[in-house]
Design a protein around this ligand. Sequence first.
Ligand SMILES: [Zn+2]
Length: 704
Amino acid sequence: MHRPATTLLALVAAIRLAPAADLKDIAPDFELPFRQVHLDFHTSEAIPDVGKAFDPDEFASTLHDAHVNSVTVFGRCHHGWIYYDTKLFPERRHPNLKRPNLLKEQIEACHKRGIRAPVYITVQWDQFTANAHPEWIMKNQKGGFVGDTPGPVDGGFYRRLCLNSPYVDFLKRHLAELFERVPVDGLFLDIVDDQPCHCDFCKKGMAAEGIDTAKPDDVARYARQVLDRFRIELTHHIRSLDAKCTIFYNAGHIGPKSRPTIDCYTHLEMESLPSGGWGYVHFPLSVRYVRTLGKDSLGMTGKFHTSWGDFHSYKNPAALQFECFQMLALGAKCSIGDQLHPSGRLDAATYRLIGSVYAEVEKKEPWCRGARALTDIAVLSPEEFIRERIPEPSAGVVRMLQEGRQQFDILDTKGDFSPYKVLILPDAIAVDEALAKKIADYIEKGGSLIASYESGLEPGKAHFALPQLGVTKVDDAPTDGSGQPARGRSYPRNNYADYIKPAGKIGKGLEPTEHVMYLRGLRVAADDGALTLAPAIRSYFDRTPEHFCSHKQTPSSGEVEQPAIVRKGRCIYFAHPIFTQYYRSAPRWCRVLFLNALDALLPEPLLRVEAPTTAIASLNEQPGEKRWILHLLHYIPERRGKEFDIIEDVIPLADVRTSIRVPSKPAKLTAVPQGEDLPFSYKGGRASFTLPKLVGHQMVEIKF
Ligand SMILES: [Zn+2]
């Protein structure tokens, strides 16, 4: 049963027409619950008595007592087993399942308590299917299976199924039966991501399109088309079965590449376990993009010490508080990942931990419902140009802006720049003709711009596409004598460093002397009418085997090499990749220079907070309530083990002084949910107050 190859044109037409016409308004007519649990249940067939200790009342009351109001429960897991009473696929029902209709019993017990219960269905990881149909597994160019575990001692169900294969027909029948057999509030469809595939189905499909399988970019583009078509087809299929259920496709990250089929999702869930490989910078990065897409969203962390499947481990309570409260502060609902024990009984200690945090979330919710972020700044996402989950410049710019307590969103090139006062192009934003025009319009209408390094160059990188930046690219000649271009290489020993010498306002807070820039900048000259804010100073020579000095970079020669920071009108350009550099080693001077540049373009930011750089601040509005909500957070991730950062303690801050740019004099400021009024002053369009004590997380209501 081979799916006939669709022509590329038909495919593109299908992608353009189908979702736009029919799926635009599939968002649910309710706001998502704030206190969710994602209850994994990937359960080996080698474990006996599955579900034997399940008690419906105890299950639902444990969740209820932990203040949980939505739980995602399991229809089919990565082992490939089904947890309800399937008639169509009895061979796939878990062989040791002692409660043949476990899923239905879980859902019904939750519904009795008013708890929502969407259903989890695995998509591309399914051990049963991979064993039964190896021809449906994705293949790499050498013909090996995609997702094979690295060695014979490692188990795992990571062979990835191809969504260009007849597997999709199974999936559709499986979902159709699911809707017949259990009440479905929503679907969490897991592991749905595009990867290049050379299986027989894709090879035939690509041959029909005339795609050269030796060209990785073309194969990757075909893979994205396959995925987009899959989401569109499956969403239509699900809507033919049920008009209302929520639908989400999980790929572990939501970024610009999700946009073409965003109408296939009813809402967005941001999987981001800080100790599970995502780190603490991923969630703020992701949510600041996701919240511009116009969909309700939730953040998803885990109760585990590390990541999914880490049984009998417990996240430190302070870390779970921070992760959930940060979700609220940045406009998302909360979801905490857990895994149900094969016995079917929830772990009491886990729900004491989750309950301790969700009790607080419940009290905070009234100030978070329908909240929208207030922002000054848009960052154009490097993800469209560097296809990674966390491109280095993205992580660097998020950290710097967050440490500066600036209010910002992350956009892709299709985003609307007009609401923002400043647009930032970090390190790697290639500017084609259309984008150049869009940015020129934005600047003409009063917007300000900061760009760094290769941002602003046309896609071939020969010239700047933005004359507004006031710089011209000079040359790209190698300077280290190796015959290789020095730029864009890795710099393990800082061989190509130069120095930046700040002075005046751009150097406020820094000594007026050379500061090393470990990653050398782009070679540029300032145009007529542009002002050099700081020069780059060359070293005596680049470090090579022929000439070197001491252990690291050669010191400053005192000789000006080129402009390092240039201003023209409302545009400021940094020649160095300051955001990548900050992500790699966090030199304070990179952040100070950047925030000083921002201060020149945005002299009255929404927030000024006098607190250590570890404090996070965000500002939301609740238009219906005629109030703004300020969130202040203070938790410090620390690298105690070598693998990831943890948070253990809450370190209170005293007397946090904050000033907020407000549209009019507020009626009052109140610390909430405690309800303590805060005295404030109002001057020059800013309301200023001092929070006597910040313990972890504090919201302040600004009532107009
Ligand atoms: Zn394939």
